[in-house]
Structure formats: structure tokens, C-alpha cells
Design a protein around this ligand. Structure first.
Ligand SMILES: [Zn+2]
Length: 383
């Protein structure tokens, strides 16, 4: 049976033999329960312990004090290979002097702070913190593409209001960021995404993009079996921008009017609905344009098939033409791809969530000029 200390330590197959406190640090002396170990070359088990030394390994702090584990480093003899081998432990990366969980914690803290500060707080040299950060981020950067079927490709400006973009690629089904590319040029994006083997790229059946033609060429080139979907998020953004312009043209400048007009009507509180009513009373044009926006949103909310979506959108385009001029022309020229959104219909909220999180991380990381650091930080902040 486990002792209470074993339970606290949460290292399976390990027993704490004793612990001590020396100069403000806690030391645990560990014993490995299993007497036999599989040879890593031939997988045959061996009980022939040849030599045992002690490795001092840093672990997560406890009660505000640094924790060190005294871990047996066992060398066995394998009769099958006729060679010695050293046991590898799950909770420590080979040749590292910290547990994996401690390294993971250091990595996360550096993401939201910086190497020098974490080093000071943990009494580790900046060199050690940096090497932990690098080795962990190399593991994090290896994203698992094996189950990716639906992707979104989007661009995010590095700094608010700047035309300096990175391209972000996300897995819609797992809401995870898969890749960040330091460019929004077609050729660079294609090159970066082609790093993934073709059999994984062939599994992708849907890619959501905005209306920029460059992304469409990327999809055709990189994901041969994928349908291009222009997602609702970007189409709604166009409609909303136009509605806001109509508001300005109608000289409606009431405080909060932009917010109230763009927010989904069904999400408005009673007092917000009353405030909106006062705003719409100021301009008949604005009222019509607002109702058209809500009708457009309703198409997305209620249509369940590509056919019905296409039908209602075509009707909308006809009577919205006067108010939404250029926007209706853009939508019309991409209508099939926009209506592909009705196939699975779940993209928009996910995309919005991912985009907001990316923007937040970019703001937190303000001043990160090195792209590799920014990329590590972004990829590391998503599961
Ligand atoms: Zn062997």
C-alpha cells in the first residue's frame, strides 16, 4: 500500500524511503518498486542489477520550498543482448536533471513572463531556464496532425493597427493552433504547410479561409481533397463593417451605438434593446440596414443545408443590394464557397475564440521581436 507521502508525490511505481529538510530545501529519497526492467534494445526483462548510483533531480516546489528527488539510477545486465543498459524513467527526460513536470511548469511560466525572472524566482541560472524552455518548446512545437480534418487559415496582425501579419493555422475540431507562419505571402504559406507529409494533408477535407484569393490557391496546392469554405466569421465581419459605415453616414453618433448595432439582437438585454430602439429612431435608413443585417445573421442561424442557405442568401442579395452595394457583390462572387459553411456549420465560434486568444497572447508578449519566440509562445499556449 502507498504511504501518504507516496500519494502526494504522485510518481507511479515509486516509494519514498525517507525525506529530510536541509537549508530550506526538501529532499526525497526514492525507491523504484519494480525489481525487473525491460531492456530498451530487445524489450526482454532483466533482474540482474549491475550497479546503482544516485541522481539528484529537481522537482516541483512544495510549501514554498525547492524539492529535490534522490532517484536511483540503475544499470542492469541483459543476457539476451549481452550488454549493460541503464533504466529509463518515465518522469525524467533522458539525461535531464529536472522532472518532466517541473520542466513543463518552468516552460509555462516563461511563456507568460521571461527567462530572467523565472530564473530568479526558482534560483536557477538563466542558461538552465533557457535550455529547459527550448527543449520543452521543441516538444510542444511537434503538433499532432494525424487526426486533422478541418482547418482554418487566417491572418493576424502582429501589433494592433499594423499591417505586419502572421498566418495562423488552426484545427477546428480540437480548437487548437497547429502552425504559425511569419508571412502572409502565398508561397511562404505553401512552403511551410508542405512540411507535413502528403498522407496527412490528404486527410483534410475542409479548410476555412477569408475572401482573400491567395488562401484559396494555398488550399488547392496543399490540401488536394479539401473543400474551400469561406467562414461565417469573415462574411459577418464584412456585413457588420458596412452597417457601421451606414451608421456613420447617417450621422448617428450616440455613445455605444456601434456596439448595440453589431451585437446579435437575441443577446441584447432589455435595457440594451430600449437603447437600440432610440438609436434606430434617428434614421430610417439605418433601421432598414440593421434589419437586413439581422436577417443575414438569421440565414446562418437557421439554414441547415447548402441548398436552403444558397436560396435564402440569393434572395437577400437582391434586396440588400441598395444598402450593402459592394458587400453584396463580394458575397455573390464567392457564393458557393460561402455556402459550404452550411455543411458543418460550427466554425465561426471556434475561429472567433482562437483569434481572440491569439490576440491576447500577442498583447501579453508585446515587445517579442524574435519570431521563433512568438511562435513557441503561441503554440505553447494552445493544448
Ligand atoms: Zn537486451
Amino acid at each position: 500500500m502507498n504511504s501518504p507521502v507516496d500519494d502526494l508525490l504522485k510518481l507511479p511505481g515509486i516509494t519514498v524511503e525517507r525525506y529530510s529538510q536541509v537549508e530550506g530545501c526538501i529532499f526525497f529519497e526514492l525507491k523504484i518498486n519494480d525489481a525487473q526492467v525491460n531492456c530498451y534494445r530487445c524489450q526482454q526483462s532483466s533482474q540482474e542489477l549491475h550497479r546503482q548510483t544516485i541522481l539528484l533531480v529537481r522537482d516541483l516546489p512544495a510549501f514554498g520550498q525547492p524539492v529535490y528527488l534522490r532517484v536511483p539510477r540503475r544499470q542492469f545486465y541483459c543476457r539476451h543482448c549481452q550488454r549493460y543498459f541503464t533504466e529509463k524513467l518515465d518522469f525524467i527526460t533522458w539525461r535531464h536533471k529536472q522532472t518532466k513536470r517541473y520542466e513543463e511548469q518552468i516552460y509555462q511560466r516563461v511563456l507568460y513572463s521571461n527567462i530572467e525572472q523565472v530564473g530568479r524566482e526558482e534560483q536557477l541560472s538563466p542558461e538552465i531556464v533557457e535550455s529547459i524552455f527550448k527543449s520543452t518548446s521543441n516538444q510542444v512545437k511537434k503538433k499532432d496532425w494525424s487526426r486533422v480534418e478541418r482547418l482554418s487559415i487566417d491572418e493576424v496582425s502582429k501589433r494592433k493597427g499594423h499591417k505586419n501579419f502572421v498566418t495562423v493555422v488552426s484545427d477546428i475540431d480540437s480548437s487548437s493552433l497547429m502552425e504559425v507562419i511569419d508571412s502572409h505571402k502565398q508561397k511562404d504559406i505553401i512552403e511551410a504547410l508542405k512540411q507535413q507529409p502528403i498522407d496527412l494533408r490528404e486527410q483534410v477535407r475542409e479548410v476555412s479561409v477569408d475572401m482573400w484569393a491567395g488562401f484559396r490557391k494555398v488550399v488547392i496546392e496543399v490540401f488536394p481533397n479539401a473543400a474551400v469554405v469561406i467562414d461565417r466569421f469573415h462574411v459577418m465581419k464584412l456585413v457588420n463593417e458596412r452597417l457601421n459605415k451606414i451608421r456613420r453616414l447617417a450621422k448617428v453618433t450616440t455613445k455605444g451605438s456601434r456596439y448595440l448595432l453589431l451585437k446579435n439582437h437575441q443577446d441584447l438585454t432589455e435595457s440594451e434593446q430600449a437603447a437600440l430602439e432610440l438609436i434606430l429612431n434617428q434614421s430610417a435608413c439605418l433601421r432598414i440596414a440593421y434589419e437586413m443585417k439581422e436577417e443575414f445573421r438569421d440565414i446562418y442561424e437557421t439554414c441547415q443545408s447548402v441548398e436552403s442557405g444558397k436560396h435564402r442568401m440569393s434572395q437577400w442579395l437582391v434586396h440588400a443590394q441598395v444598402f450593402y452595394g459592394k458587400v453584396t457583390r463580394t458575397i455573390r462572387s464567392h457564393l458557393s464557397e460561402i455556402c459550404n459553411d452550411f455543411i458543418s456549420h460550427t466554425t465561426s465560434a471556434v475561429m472567433e475564440g482562437i483569434n481572440n486568444k491569439i490576440k491576447l497572447i500577442m498583447r501579453l508578449g508585446y515587445g517579442i521581436t524574435n519570431f521563433e519566440n512568438l511562435r513557441s509562445r503561441l503554440l505553447g499556449c494552445f493544448p
